[in-house]
Design a protein around this ligand. Structure first.
Ligand SMILES: CC(C)[C@H](C(=O)O)[C@@H](O)C(=O)O
Ligand code: SF4
Length: 413
């Protein structure tokens, strides 16, 4: 009897475990990207281990500063490329392939019942597929590279049930921001959050990824949506191996349970400089905007670009608008189905699939005093550039704001 997390950790550790117990678990897939692999590989080398535990279970996408922004980055990335080659790691995804948290699901690594660990905090995205997926630091990742194992405290679980229907122009992102606003940025610290209810069942896989992606923003170890036919359909011809879905039992123990009715939910924004500083878009509409950024592992998928295109069709942006597809295949689909043309016609510009300016490293850093409406997951002070202000919103709100040059409600466009 147990929660999804207890069951996954019981399987991965080979013993029946409950929340709060410590385990040493076998990791199914380990991920590090260009940013974190540098430190992880350094620690791995320092340990004096020659070979990784299993080169087929390590996945490395280059996405954060990709293509490289400076000579130093370029040299560091080359060192990692050589290491990947020496270690015969096959699942290496070069620059332009996309954001790690899009690349792993697209390539079938995120599967129900699996334990995935990534050297990136938004690894929790894969909980959308019913996996237990969480982020660790680079030295922990070095341990996994060496042994395939890591210690964990099995988390307690929180159950959030969302019933009702999302109104027109209210999306998974609005719901996610609303939940984080209510929970607070530390409201789910070290817990696994399981999501249930009609609204969650009706979300696309893309919407579920948006939701689970931001579980870390309320402090959670991970967010999990129980797998269903949509999950299995997505994984058809994609899953890299067999998987066994796990579900929480009727009598599973939750530390907290919350019920939300989404019927009256309005488009939401997270105001600077914290993710839980959430308000209705109408409370901030009219705020002058300098840049709009649509992309990231939160909202850079095809569905997101399509929503933006629906709003921007036949219109023109009045501020610089940067679109960064979450992956190359997203970009190909957006080109093939006409979405990219609508966005370009409206005056938006495209960046290389990957993280883009999300982290303020390149391709759209903002200046002192500038305001950016971003579809990303974090709006910490200085994240996209020193002295900048970030408002987090859905792709629809971002697109509406791009037209008016001020924060705008997509229902008014
Ligand atoms: C660079 C990386 C360590 C970081 C993370 O872990 O989340 C980044 O992806 C982010 O979104 O801030
Ligand atoms: S898109 Fe942003 S949040 Fe996602 S992994 Fe990249 S830097 Fe982190």
């Amino acid at each position: 009897m147990g929660t999804i997390s207890e069951k996954i950790f019981s399987r991965a550790s080979g013993e029946q475990v409950k929340a709060d117990e410590f385990v040493i678990a076998d990791v199914d897939y380990a991920m590090a990207h260009d940013g974190t692999s540098i430190l992880a590989v350094k620690s791995f080398r320092d340990m004096g281990v020659e070979k990784v535990w299993n080169p087929e279970r390590i996945v490395i996408p280059f996405d954060h500063l990709a293509p490289a922004n400076t000579e130093i980055t370029a040299s560091l990335q080359n060192d990692i490329r050589n290491w990947i080659n020496d270690q015969q790691i096959e699942h290496f995804y070069e620059i332009g392939y996309g954001v790690c948290h899009q690349v792993l699901p697209e390539n079938g690594f995120a599967m129900p019942g699996k334990l995935l660990v990534g050297a990136d905090s938004h690894t929790c995205t894969y909980g959308a597929f019913g996996s237990f997926a969480t982020g660790v630091g680079a030295t922990d990742m070095a341990e996994i590279f060496a042994s395939g194992k890591l210690w964990f405290k099995v988390p307690e679980s929180i159950k959030i049930t969302v019933d009702g229907t999302l109104k027109n122009h209210v999306y998974a992102k609005d719901l996610t921001l609303y939940i984080i606003g209510k929970m607070g940025s530390a409201g789910a610290t070290y817990k696994a959050v399981e999501f249930y209810g009609d609204v969650i069942e009706n979300l696309s896989m893309s919407g579920r990824m948006t939701l689970c992606n931001m579980a870390i923003e309320m402090g959670a170890k991970t967010g999990i949506v129980p797998p269903d036919d949509k999950t299995f359909e997505y994984l058809k011809n994609r899953a890299v191996e067999d998987y066994e879905p796990v579900y929480s039992d009727e009598d599973a123990i939750y530390s907290e349970e919350y019920h939300i009715n989404a019927d009256e939910l309005e488009p939401q924004v997270a105001k600077p400089h914290s993710v839980d500083n959430v308000a209705n878009v109408t409370d901030v509409s009219g705020t002058k905007v300098d840049q709009v950024f649509i992309g990231t592992c939160t909202n850079g998928r095809l569905e997101d670009l399509e929503v933006a295109a629906e709003i921007l069709k036949g219109k023109k942006v009045s501020v610089r608008t940067i679109i960064v597809p979450a992956s190359r295949s997203t970009m190909i689909e957006a080109v093939n189905n006409g979405t990219a043309e609508i966005l370009l016609d409206a005056g938006a510009t495209f960046g290389t699939p990957g993280c883009g300016p999300c982290l303020g490293g390149h391709m759209g850093v903002i200046g002192e005093g500038e305001v950016c409406v971003s579809t990303a997951n974090r709006n910490f002070k200085g994240r996209m550039g020193k002295g900048g202000y970030i408002y987090l919103a859905s792709p629809a709100t971002a697109a509406a704001s791009a037209i008016t040059g001020e924060i705008a409600d997509p229902r008014d466009i």
